[in-house]
Design a protein around this ligand. Structure first.
Ligand code: NAD
Ligand code: AHE
Ligand code: ZN
Ligand code: ZN
Length: 370
């Protein structure tokens, strides 16, 4: 079939809207009509050329929601008409990782996913002249129709609005999950969140859900303060307005350092500040942000010797097929909020405007509606 897609032809170039060929689903695969997709900073990270795993030409996008159109041979748990959220972290429920209680990083399709192909080593997408186009993070939600392995799809309830729950495909789950699945923050915790964008705001909402006493938000952009306050931030710090040492300021503000700190910027200097503003003896710092090729983190080992812990999280530690449908329920039951964070919606033709808004710091989440 043919489908409309936004194609990343080369690193650093705007996406190009075009008709592309899409082959039907093979063994264990599913054809999905994407109804809506968010634009995450990780899409920009790869588009820009900063991603060491970035390959071109590719169809980016990994924060979608849609409807199953057709299933390939051997697909067991999905049928046409089912509503689904694509998962860049699959859940096969049988690999060594899925069977280990301490990780959500299913490896069943990770190697081929990283090469931009389906598990059989080939792409379903091509240009109209036959040139192959690669998949991205196993999802490629910047295409109106896409093919994914069955284990990379979470089945969700039918009454959830696509243009809102697509955000659960990355930002909402990553932010809330970092708090509840990775940090397992306790009631009464003090926390600091660096970066109040599409991920950081969901960390804040997760901390409120977990019953944190103090939630400090840190961002260079003062315009992020109002939305973060709405989601539960108790104190705001703009590092450019702090005189002297930022770590010292944050340690004082949290009465000795935070129980949990979260980096949602992708900046390795910020990651160091986040680690060092965690409480001596027990503070944990969770890295969510994705850093460019070649960037490395550093600190004095003494920071860890004296009890601070550095950890990281992918997709908030969530097991997608199990946890995503529950998070959709939380949204539908009013336990979590999503709508105010979706500041812009647009048709696929305007997707590059979504990237511009992100760059200008004017959006939280832009959502493309097909
Ligand atoms: P975003 O652009 O919406 O938000 C980033 C925020 O960080 C902005 O508000 C910006 O003003 C702020 N910021 C930038 N530099 C800063 C600094 N030096 N100090 C303080 N604040 C600063 O991006 P997003 O979609 O929220 O994504 C955030 C990061 O999380 C990105 O690196 C993204 O790639 C990553 N991410 C990781 C996962 C994961 O599974 N680990 C999932 C989603 C996104
Ligand atoms: N390809 C990059 C790393 C990108 C990365 O860390 N991705 C996160 C999800 S970001 C979603 O917005 C992730 O899930 N990582 C675990 C994994 O297996 O990719 C690089 O640096 O090579
Ligand atoms: Zn993302
Ligand atoms: Zn697995």
């Amino acid at each position: 079939m043919r489908t409309k897609a936004a194609v990343a032809l080369e690193a650093g170039k705007p996406l190009e809207i075009m008709e592309v060929n899409l082959e039907g689903p093979k063994e264990g695969e599913v054809l999905v009509e994407i109804k809506a997709t968010g634009i995450c900073h990780t899409d920009e990270f790869t588009r820009s050329g900063a991603d060491p795993e970035g390959l071109f030409p590719a169809i980016l996008g990994h924060e979608g929601a849609g409807v199953v159109v057709e299933v390939g041979p051997g697909v067991k748990d999905l049928k046409p008409g089912d509503h689904v959220i694509p998962l860049y972290t699959a859940e096969c429920r049988e690999c060594e990782y899925c069977l280990h209680p301490k990780t959500n990083l299913c490896q069943k399709v990770r190697a081929t996913q990283g090469k931009g192909v389906m598990p059989d080593g080939t792409s379903r997408f091509s240009m109209l002249d036959g040139t192959p186009i690669l998949h991205y993070m196993g999802c490629s939600t910047f295409s109106n129709y896409t093919v994914l392995p069955e284990i990379s799809l979470a089945k969700i309830r039918q009454d959830a609005p696509f243009d809102k729950v697509c955000y659960i495909g990355c930002g909402v789950t990553t932010g809330i999950g970092a708090v509840i699945y990775t940090a397992k923050a306790e009631i009464g915790s003090r926390a600091i969140v660096f970066g109040l964008g599409g991920i950081g705001l969901n960390v804040i909402q997760g901390l409120r859900l977990a019953g944190a006493d103090q939630i400090v938000g840190v961002d260079l952009n003062d315009d992020k303060k109002a939305m973060a306050t709405k989601f539960g931030m108790t104190d705001f710090v703009n590092p450019s307005k702090v005189e002297g040492d930022l770590v010292g300021h944050l340690v004082e503000l949290t009465g000795g350092g935070a129980d949990y700190t979260f980096d949602a910027t992708g900046n390795v200097q910020v990651m160091r500040t986040a680690l060092e503003s965690a409480h001596k003896g027990w503070g944990e710092s969770i890295i969510i942000g994705v850093a460019p090729a070649g960037a490395e983190i550093s600190t004095r080992p003494f920071q860890l010797v004296t009890g601070r812990v550095w950890r990281g999280t992918a997709f908030g530690g969530a097991r997608g097929r199990t946890d995503v449908p529950k998070i959709v329920d939380w949204y539908m039951d009013g336990k979590i909020d999503i709508d105010p964070m979706i500041t812009h919606t647009m048709p696929l033709e305007d997707i590059n405007k979504g990237f511009d808004l992100m760059h200008k710091g004017e959006s939280i989440r832009s959502v493309v509606v097909y």
